[in-house]
Design a protein around this ligand. Structure first.
Ligand code: PAF
Length: 282
């Protein structure tokens, strides 16, 4: 497995791969890899013959009060996991390499970034869209794989690619869950043992909501039940739980189309997100 840490070396390698007719698959991550990320590698391999895993904790997508400085990281562990999973190239640039000068150019997807996580994380999606664009320009992928756990991020990136005619196929891979149902996240490691046990409530309310919706209960009543259940759990501070159309993220009051139920909840200073997609035909 190759290790590349400079933008110029990665661009030169990507250019050579393309000239040799190789199909590049990018898996963008912020590291501290877990099975969810590793499953993205498996997905990327289906659509490409060279996989590039990027590891970069992007300061531009964290607000000053967020957990940039506490974001977990262990580059040697990540590199070894990536190698075992069959990644061809790990690209792990420094902040200085990615942002050598004050960044004056930003990518801003409108409207769908202003709701859900965007309502409380100002500038977050601007930071995500910008770094993903930079990664696309550096790694030159034919296909890029993102996780459905960040459903809003997936919708934002797909919209950016469509609106700006970026020549990259976006593939969205299913959420990978712990045996008790908690969605895998690099942040789970920062939960106290008690909060880790209690965090199972997040997937439980989503599974119950889906069951309720499919049985004909109203969106209003399943959301009300979910709010009550989360509020009953020690240390769980619900930021939002909402029902939206997908990928347009319009509010939905009736189940007349595919529906996303998404939530964010804090356990102490650990913010967790999760979601479930309910297809109208299911
Ligand atoms: O989902 C993430 O880990 C990040 O938002 C991403 C896409 C790697 C951009 O920094």
């Amino acid at each position: 497995m190759e290790r590349i840490s400079t933008v110029s070396a990665m661009q030169a390698r990507a250019k050579a791969l393309r000239l040799n007719g190789r199909r590049i698959g990018l898996i963008p991550t912020m590291g501290y890899l877990h099975e969810g990320h590793l499953s993205l590698i498996d997905e990327a391999k289906k659509y490409s013959d060279i996989t590039v895993l990027s590891i970069f904790v992007n300061p531009a997508q964290f607000a000053p009060n967020e957990d940039y400085n506490n974001y977990p990281g262990d580059i040697e562990r990540d590199i070894s996991l990536a190698e075992k999973r069959g990644v061809d190239i790990v690209f792990y640039p420094s902040v200085e390499e990615m942002y050598p000068d004050k960044q004056l150019t930003w990518i801003n997807v409108e409207t769908i970034t202003e709701v859900l996580c965007g309502a409380n994380r100002e500038g977050h999606f601007r930071g995500v869209s910008t770094v993903v664009t930079k990664l696309f320009n550096i790694v030159k992928p034919h296909v890029a794989v993102f996780g459905q756990k960040d459903a809003q991020q997936a919708a934002v990136i797909q919209k950016m690619v469509d609106d700006l005619n970026m020549d990259v196929m976006i593939h969205i891979a299913s959420i990978v869950r712990e045996p008790d149902g908690l969605a895998m996240s690099s942040r789970n490691i920062r939960l106290t043992p008690e909060d880790r046990k209690n965090a199972v409530i997040l997937s439980q309310v989503l599974f119950r909501a889906k069951e309720g919706i499919l049985k004909g209960e109203s969106i209003h009543s399943v959301l009300a039940a979910a709010i009550k259940d989360i509020q009953a759990v020690a240390h769980a501070e619900l930021e939002y739980i909402e029902a939206r159309s997908y990928p347009d993220l319009e509010p939905m009051t009736d189940f007349n189309n595919d529906l996303l139920i998404a939530l964010a909840t804090h356990f102490g200073n650990v913010r967790l997100i999760d979601n479930i997609l309910i297809e109208k035909s299911s």
